[in-house]
Design a protein around this ligand. Sequence first.
Ligand code: ADP
Length: 381
Amino acid sequence: MPTEEQINDTLRAVVDPELHKDIVSLGMVRSIKQPAPGAVDVVVSLTTAGCPIRSHFETAVRQSVMALEGIEQVSVGFDVLSSEEKQTLQQRLGRKDGLPQGALAAVKNVICVGSGKGGVGKSTLTANLATALQMEGKAAAVLDADVWGYSIPRMLGVHGRPMVSAERKILPLDAAGGVKAISIEFFLDKPDQAITWRGPMLHKAIRQFLEDVDWGELDYLLIDLPPGTGDVSMTLAQLLPQSRFVIVTTPQPAAQHVARRAADTADRYELQIAGVVENMSGFTTPGGERFTIFGEGGGQQLADDLDVPLLGKIPLQEELRVASDEGRPLVLEDPDAPAAQAIFHTARGVIAATPQQLAVLQEPIGPPVPEITGSALPMAP
Ligand code: ADP
């Protein structure tokens, strides 16, 4: 069996395509373990969670270790370098201008919004949640990855064709309230054109939405996933190992096994679940009488089951449906409406559940330059 040193040596063949050096001398090999004879686990530390070259590393590490005698199985895991480690890496490279990073370098949190089935209000909540986050002072954007049932443009009231910047990046469209959005709809020739992509085509499209879109600085990028499990979730899990899942479900306890499947997908790809949102939780008449049309308790049950917080319970409210149909998020239109209030509560829950920067931003070098200089301020008497 090869020794750890031999495995480490063979990893010198794995070169970071952006930094042009091998991962061993870059200090990016976090750990090498041999859990059983013939099996090797390697963990590679990336410069940013949104690192698009992750699959390059995975293949290259596997190939180089497999080439050693006696190795039958290689598993490759990933984590992210801490700020201090990145600074050390920067010094090692002799760079002052920061590390090259993917298009998501300035995105702090990526949240995938998923559901077990369609029609539970996943897109409605994604659109309103992004707007609510923006209203809470967080820069937010929506990536509509629900490629077969794209409805984010309609719900945010944003249509058209994106422009391309001088750097050849796609510029997202601006929706009401300052939310940025990208959807497959913006690239279709005919309205309501049906998408028939699967597998590799889909993977490529999602990848392009992540890599070639100039998302700019964002606190939250919300990704509206297609219902159920499948190709899109898998692609996202590969490209964004640090993203978190929020699962939307209805209150029927009997529907929980369906929602559970979305949670299982997250689990399978080792994505952390930030929480559950229960939608359509009861309807209150103008007279104050409450009907639990879709049952009760399912959201809490799923949250308990997954051992994550229930981030919010959004009541059924006609205004939410009407505002969505008209492209005006209810949280902007009528922030005091009960459904809007419940969405604000959920947004605050999301903020609390994601306190750190996940796709870690580069530390600024040196003290920040003050924006307002003394001379621009009025003199005190
Ligand atoms: P999904 O994305 O899960 O398929 P949608 O967000 O498209 O579901 O929602 C399905 C329909 O239900 C839409 O017409 C939407 O406006 C409506 N809807 C969603 N949540 C609510 C709610 N809490 N109250 C009233 N209507 C809702």
